[in-house]
Design a protein around this ligand. Structure first.
Ligand code: ADP
Length: 556
């Protein structure tokens, strides 16, 4: 079953789902990118921490080794030379080759610092007795060196020279006797500055701890750790006598704060999501419009089909009715024909006996009697005319005559010939158009059409008409030949245009003018319709009438 969602809800539902989907994808991509970058930074931090460890350890080990070497070489020579000059020579060489020393000093067996190098920066320690050092830890370590006769390093303390640092002591033993102590002083800050590249210092917050004490940091309060502890790297830094802990944190210069990380990427992703959702929204709208249009069209089609079927059914009913009607008509016409035929016999009898009355009793018949006989004879004649016309009407369509091509002009001329006496009597001017076409049909009936129309034209051209005129012609209209018979007679009122084609319909105006049965035009109409044509008229009372008609032109 198809998913049916109400229109306004579905309009919002799919775009909303799409937005959530695309938006989630954008957020996931954004997070991935951030994670990837974080991993890169973490790796960079780890590598840098390792480098710092290696460098500090390397540097300090080499410095220790150099001091150890100096101590050994100092006591090696025989006879021994513990002169100040020799010390300065050694110290100078080491100091020049191995940067990072705060000081290289000689301490006499009593613990007093006697010689210092470089002299200037180590002046504060000159003549100081280490046994009386202000920091007890230094005192303790130095005491231990004297007792154990072994190298040792102090914890980080405030140096006399300056800054935080530590001292290393080597006992100088010659011939089993302590000749003094070689002292290397190291300032933590100097060690870090010597070991580390500038960009490491710039990009990382560096913290060095000895035990739990912070002995160095370049981190400033605002530096921050954007990755929190995730991006931190720790290392143990070990060199003789020392163990430090390095805590390395990338600064915001290297790794921007979380909120700013690839933020444009997220905004771009979300914008694309919104655009895609809107596109989907419009697409759905379009689809709904198309669906509505389609449903509408389908509805219309089914409605049209329904109407067509109803029409078809009606047509079939009508056809059946027509068949019944045609049968009834034929029956009726046969009946009319037989009745008309039967009526003729009594009329002939009436007329015959009127003649016999006149012949046998002519002398006895009074004037009034003669008048009544005339009335009877007129009525019988009129009845005969009516019956003849009715018979004629019933014959049309029932009795078929062979169809042929007939020159229309010939038909007109033939009819006019029979009408000639009445035309002349009335002084009617008749004009026939030239080049009248051939017509196709039953010659006898076509002649009857023209006879009835022309007889009427002559009849109703009017007795008082000073210049009676009749015109016969044909013209081309809508690719069809239209024939016409025109007179300038009494005319017909528009309300009677249909009525005059009905049987027995005579207009009051006609009754004064001449006799008639009122069947002539009914016969004309039926003949024309039997020939596949149609008849109509234009007329104005007092101005004349024109009858137009068409005929099916081709042979069937
Ligand atoms: P009839 O001429 O025998 O009366 P028709 O059927 O031929 O019968 O004509 C019917 C009626 O139409 C006529 O009675 C007459 O009133 C009218 N009519 C026919 N032709 C004309 C015409 N050319 N001008 C005026 N009226 C006419």
């Amino acid at each position: 079953m198809p998913l049916k969602i109400s229109m306004p809800f579905s309009r919002l539902f799919f775009p909303l789902i799409a937005f959530l989907l695309f938006g989630s994808v954008a957020v996931v991509l954004w997070q991935n990118q951030n994670r990837h970058e974080r991993e890169l930074v973490l790796r960079h931090t780890e590598t840098s921490a390792e480098q710092i460890r290696i460098r500090i350890e390397g540097m300090m080990k080499s410095r220790m080794a150099s001091l150890e070497l100096l101590a050994e070489r100092w006591v090696e020579r025989t006879p021994p030379d513990f002169s100040r000059m020799r010390f300065v020579q050694f110290a100078q060489t080491i100091h020049d080759h191995y940067p990072g020393f705060k000081g290289i000093n000689w301490i006499d067996p009593d613990g007093v610092v006697r010689w210092v190098f470089p002299a200037k920066s180590n002046e504060p320690v000159l003549d100081k007795n280490v046994h009386q050092h202000r920091d007890s830890r230094v005192r303790d370590v130095f005491q231990g060196v004297g007792e154990n006769l072994r190298y040792a390093a102090t914890p980080c303390v405030e140096l006399y020279q300056e800054g935080l640092g530590f001292d290393t002591f080597w006992p100088l033993i010659f011939a089993g006797k302590v000749q003094g102590y070689l002292n290397g002083a190291f300032q933590v800050e100097l060690i870090v500055d010597t070991c580390l590249a500038r960009d490491v210092l710039k990009n990382f917050g560096i913290r060095l701890y000895e035990a739990d004490r912070l002995i160095y940091t370049n981190a400033k309060p605002g530096d921050g750790n954007p990755g929190k502890d995730l991006l931190r790297a720790f290392r143990e830094i070990n060199f003789p006598g020392k163990s430090w802990r390095l805590d390395l944190v990338p600064k915001t210069t290297l790794y921007p704060s979380i909120s700013a990380q690839n933020f444009p990427l997220l905004i771009f992703g979300l914008t694309i999501s919104v655009i895609l959702s809107l596109l989907l929204h419009f697409l759905i709208q379009r689809m709904q419009m198309y669906r509505q249009a389609r449903d509408h069209a389908l509805h219309e089609i089914s409605e049209r089909k329904r109407v067509e079927e109803a029409l078809k059914r009606n047509e079939q009913k009508l056809e059946a009715l027509l068949t019944v009607l045609a049968a009834k008509n034929a029956e009726l016409e046969t009946f009319v024909y037989s009745v008309s035929h039967d009526l003729k016999t009594p009329i002939v009898t009436i007329e015959g006996f009127i003649g016999a009355l006149r012949e046998d009793f002519g002398a006895l018949i009074t004037k009034d009697g003669e008048k009544y006989l005339n009335y009877m004879s007129d009525a019988a004649r009129k009845m005969e005319l009516l019956i003849n016309d009715l018979l004629e009407l019933s014959r049309i369509g029932r009795l078929t005559v062979k169809k042929s091509e007939v020159p229309f002009a010939d038909l007109v001329r033939e009819v006019l010939k029979t009408l000639q006496p009445r035309i002349e009597e009335r002084g009617v001017q008749v004009s026939i158009a030239e080049n009248l076409p051939l017509v196709y049909g039953e010659r006898k009936y076509l002649a009857q059409v023209m006879e009835n129309l022309l007889t009427n034209a002559v009849k109703y051209v009017g007795k008082e008409n000073p210049s009676p005129r009749i015109e016969v012609g044909a013209r081309e209209q809508d690719d069809q030949k239209v024939f016409f018979v025109r007179d300038n007679g009494i005319g017909i009122e528009k309300i009677y245009f249909d009525k005059i084609f009905e049987v027995f319909q005579r207009l009051p105006s006609a009754k004064n003018i001449s006799e008639g049965t009122g069947i002539g035009l009914a016969i004309v109409k039926r003949i024309i319709e039997n020939h596949g044509g149609r008849i109509w008229l234009e007329s104005e009372p007092g101005k004349g009438t024109t009858f137009f008609f068409t005929l099916k032109e081709t042979k069937d």
